[in-house]
Design a protein around this ligand. Structure first.
Ligand code: HEC
Length: 124
């Protein structure tokens, strides 16, 4: 096979696995986060009327730009108190693998910060 074909195939599989990961994170978000954070992360899930601390609006660009990926990661893994937020945000370290948590951070960035992602902003 011509080497260029191998390279092209490489790109194909890379793109394929990236989109699989995005799909997995979307499904995890839909299954585990949506009841509080809402379908599109707007903080308007079905649990909201019964909650005294409102789930974060993950699509609020202005606020989410003040948060680093490390903080988002910690909030998901260890729960709200790990980043000085409410216990109403559960810890997910027993539910997800490291990779799945990373993917959820990535998914949240697509909800708040699409423009910045395109510009290649480093969220640390
Ligand atoms: C039981 C309801 C509930 C569920 C389920 C839930 N969250 Fe939350 N989450 C909250 C609340 C409430 C807050 C806001 C805490 C605060 O502001 O003090 C929050 C805050 C957060 C934050 C912190 C944002 C910030 O201010 O820095 C992140 C990140 C987050 N949630 C991600 C997730 C992800 C990912 C999932 C699913 C795996 C999830 N949450 C599931 C209730 C929930």
């Amino acid at each position: 096979m011509h080497p260029i074909n191998l390279i092209l195939m490489g790109f194909f599989f890379l793109g394929f696995t990236c989109s699989l990961h995005a799909e997995e994170a979307y499904l995890n978000y839909k299954t585990y986060c949506m009841q509080c954070h809402g379908m599109h992360g707007k903080g308007d899930g079905v649990n909201v009327p019964a909650m005294n601390v409102l789930p974060r609006d993950h699509s609020d660009n202005k606020y989410m730009m003040t948060r680093t990926n490390t903080e988002i990661y910690k909030a998901i893994k260890f729960g709200g108190p790990a980043v000085n937020k409410s216990v109403k945000m559960p810890a997910w370290e027993d539910t997800f693998t490291e990779e799945e948590i990373q993917q959820l951070v990535g998914h949240i960035r697509t909800l708040c910060c699409e423009q910045e992602l395109v510009r290649g902003v480093n969220f640390r």
